[in-house]
Design a protein around this ligand. Structure first.
Ligand code: ADP
Length: 496
């Protein structure tokens, strides 16, 4: 009951989770709740910001109760969030003027095509590190202003505030209107070189500057709780950070060249580049992250579209096994190698190959190719795609990855992790605490509160890791890579 703790709010795409962390950086308690996904039209995705806030309030109380903690002993709050999703609210009423438009929503694809046709791609890339895509917040903000009746008038009268979900939750907790560098860097209207909202891009998208939040370092003083019932007034919010950057910090990857990969439905690989703003030659994104003190730094970001999803496909469509964990049992007895290669280009190929006309294929089939062999090839494909991203990042930065830190659901697969280490020829490290996203925001808030000095002090706490050392011979590694890249070449341009 007297224990002091840090609250970490981890607001994801399908649900929110609230954690209480102790001063040793360990989880005391947590609570999870899903919220409703709204699909008003094909390709459109929305969330109800009021439902999300009500959920977060409930979760704060529930996590405190579960940990037998006192609301008065909360040291600070950190928030990490699904990125790019935006909401606009009326300052006078405190109510959103439209649902939050989610990162997955494709409604602004036409606006993006127009921007590309007007030749803005390089301008956007050089200023924001991003490619023009409906994924990012800028065109979503424009859409709300253009389509919600009276919105532009309210903006003119200084009544509107816009923000990503960190800003919305901060507003409900404290009444402040702020965001952090990492979330701002995903909006497509924030200049990550000059670190300011970009006037030229705001003009192009017709977004008035007066509706935007103030941008601060991910760990800083964002405000204090006020009138929220579940916590006393005056608990400071000391961290806001986008979820992938939070995982990078939670994994304590804070030096140039260090990287983390999250293995979920897809993979998210973030590669730290320190103070260097590096534009990729392989179509990777440049974005903002944190250094060891929690101050602003740069990283490269790349995604694998189909990672754990290939295992879901084998489970649900091929019926090879009943759950993802069984994929490992199934391949357990395979002793010999084979030439089966599975390229899961179900939605085309992302970085560094970039071919939207590619489609999936399985190569090297023989009479004795069993579901087990196809499953093994599918698992390998997750590691090969990660290898290709790492190669691209090393080429772009001239830095060599010292090790790869991993998290996400599919990292429970021992075979996959060992094969990843083998094919990268680098150590793979999996932390015991797999809630790295929530840990990232808790650590940042704790550093700002003076609980820890910096990420290096925290490295002591996170020593508990499972390490996979590379063991494959160089001959076999080269052969594996040769077959993979041969298969990649064959799937390119498959559909007209
Ligand atoms: P997300 O956050 O994207 O929903 P998770 O981190 O929860 O993803 O991970 C779930 C994904 O990991 C699923 O695609 C699933 O197929 C895959 N997965 C889970 N366990 C295993 C396993 N033991 N082996 C291989 N893949 C797995």
């Amino acid at each position: 009951m007297n224990k002091k703790y840090i609250i970490s709010i981890d607001h994801g795409t399908t649900g929110s989770r609230v954690f209480c962390f102790d001063e040793k950086g360990q989880v005391i308690s947590s609570s999870y709740r899903e919220f409703t996904q709204h699909f008003p039209r094909p390709g459109w995705v929305e969330h109800d910001p009021e439902e999300i806030w009500a959920g977060v309030k409930f979760l704060i109380q529930d996590a405190i109760n579960k940990g037998d903690l006192s609301p008065h002993n909360a040291i600070a709050i950190g928030i990490t969030n699904q990125r790019e999703t935006v909401v606009i609210w009326d300052k006078q009423t405190g109510k959103p003027i439209y649902n939050a438009i989610v990162w997955q929503c494709r409604r602004t694809a036409d606006i993006c095509n127009d921007l590309k046709n007007q030749g803005y791609e390089n301008l956007v890339k050089n200023k924001t590190g991003l490619v023009i895509d409906a994924y990012f917040s800028g065109t979503k903000i424009k859409w709300i202003l253009d389509h919600v009746e009276g919105a532009r008038e309210l903006a003119k009268n200084g009544r509107l505030s816009v923000g990503t979900m960190d800003s919305w939750l901060l507003y409900k907790l404290t009444g402040e209107h702020k965001t952090d560098y990492t979330n701002a860097s995903r909006t497509m209207i924030y200049n990550i070189k000059d670190k300011k909202w970009d006037e030229e891009l705001l003009n192009i998208l017709n977004i008035p500057k007066n509706i935007l939040p103030e941008v601060q370092p991910s760990r800083s003083n964002f405000g204090k709780t006020k009138n929220i019932q579940v916590l006393p007034d005056g608990i400071p919010v000391f961290a806001l950070i986008g979820d992938q950057q939070a995982a990078l910090f939670g994994q304590l990857c804070v030096h140039p060249g260090e990287a983390k990969n999250t293995y979920g439905t897809g993979c998210f690989l973030l590669f730290h580049t320190g103070d260097e703003f590096i534009l990729s030659n392989s179509g990777l994104l440049t974005t903002l992250a944190c250094n060891k003190d929690g101050n602003v730094a740069y990283c490269l970001e790349g995604a694998v579209f189909i990672a754990g999803a290939v295992i879901q496909w084998l489970r649900d469509y091929m019926k090879f096994f009943a759950n993802a964990k069984e994929s490992e049992d199934l391949i357990h007895d395979l002793k010999d190698d084979d030439e089966v290669v599975f390229v899961p280009a179900f939605v085309g190929l992302g970085a560094p190959h970039w071919d939207m006309k590619a489609r999936g294929a399985i190569f090297g089939l023989t009479r004795d190719t069993t579901p087990a062999r196809i499953t093994r090839a599918a698992l390998k494909s997750i590691a090969f795609q990660t290898y290709d991203l790492v190669q691209a990042m090393e080429k772009d930065t001239g830095k060599k990855l010292p090790f790869l830190r991993v998290d996400g659901g599919a990292t429970s697969n021992h075979y996959l992790m060992q094969f990843q280490a083998d094919i990268l020829n680098r150590r793979v490290e999996r932390p015991k605490n797999i809630d790295t996203t929530a840990a990232g925001s808790a650590y940042l808030a704790g550093i700002h509160a003076g609980v820890w000095k910096d990420a290096e002090e925290l490295t002591e706490i996170l020593r508990d890791r499972t390490v996979f050392e590379p063991k494959m011979s160089e001959d076999i590694r080269q052969k594996e890579l040769k077959y993979w890249h041969k298969a990649i070449e064959r799937v390119k341009n498959w559909v007209e």
